[in-house]
Design a protein around this ligand. Structure first.
Ligand SMILES: [Zn+2]
Ligand SMILES: [Zn+2]
Length: 263
């Protein structure tokens, strides 16, 4: 992220667009893993420590209840930077710094097909009193993993649809609330819709994944970066010279959102 924000600060093209109207669908632009049959298996790499392990297993267990996919937790192949591994979603926690973000989900795309993904939890904020509670941690973990399947947000105004894909905040007086800490039926329905077709090829790793393959791609330098801000939410799109892109969904911590690298 530091490298990315430096790229932004270095004068990469920025754009801001107006909020899109809320829709019943919360697919993330129809991004999806390519696969030749359903249900499919997406390996979710465990690079997390401490109580994050409990939240990762809870979230993966919830998402595996989807009829179209199985999301087993497997040993992580990543590092502190959460470098990606082809065909998998890698999940990480670390003190990523006072850079403004609480959670990040990134997907690398070829067309609308997800090639690899990562989800990061920023302990710089989660170690602080505001966010350090199991409900907020589970909400963010569940949401960032949900993005790696191609799900977007059900709302971004702080209201609760009782799904981890909303922007309800389990902090302050709601710190003890378990609202919005799990997927709801609408998420499972949305996944079924996203994955109703099959593809002629697969972007999923066959078990067990190694850190070979496209792993280097996540450390590659983008030639063009665009950031879209929408309320308390931002999306960053990076374009690579091989024609692929990476899209990162940013969940900001409370407080002013940085416009340049503060980390
Ligand atoms: Zn497809
Ligand atoms: Zn999100």
């Amino acid at each position: 992220m530091k490298r990315l924000l430096r790229t932004l600060a270095a004068g990469a093209a920025l754009s801001a667009v107006a909020a899109a109207p809320a829709a019943a669908s919360h697919s993330w632009n129809n991004y999806h893993w390519a696969r030749t049959a359903n249900p499919f298996t997406l390996q979710v790499g465990d690079n997390v420590l401490g109580d994050w392990d409990t939240h990762l297993r809870t979230a993966n267990g919830d998402w595996s209840a989807s009829a179209v996919m199985d999301t087993p937790t497997v040993p992580g192949t990543s590092n502190r930077r959460c470098s990606m591994t082809a065909g998998t979603a890698q999940v990480c926690n670390a003190k990523y710094g006072n850079n403004g973000w609480l959670g990040l989900a990134s997907i690398n795309l070829s067309g609308s097909h997800i090639m690899q993904a990562s989800a990061k939890m920023n302990d710089t904020y989660f170690a602080g009193a505001t966010y350090n509670n199991p409900n907020e941690k589970l909400h963010v973990m569940c949401q960032e993993i949900g993005h790696t399947f191609g799900l977007g947000h059900t709302s971004e105004d702080g209201s609760s649809q009782n799904t981890c894909m909303d922007y309800f905040s389990n902090t302050g007086t709601a710190a003890t609330s378990t609202t919005s800490t799990h997927p709801n039926q609408h998420d499972y329905d949305q996944l079924a819709a996203i994955y109703s077709h099959t593809d002629s090829m697969s972007t999923l790793a066959s078990s067990p994944a190694t850190s070979a393959g496209m792993a280097g791609r996540s450390d590659a330098r983008a030639y063009r970066t665009q950031r879209t801000d929408r309320g308390n939410h931002s999306e960053i799109m990076e374009h690579f010279s091989d024609g692929t892109t990476r899209i990162t969904d940013v969940l900001w911590a409370d407080g002013p959102r940085p416009t340049v690298d503060r980390g």
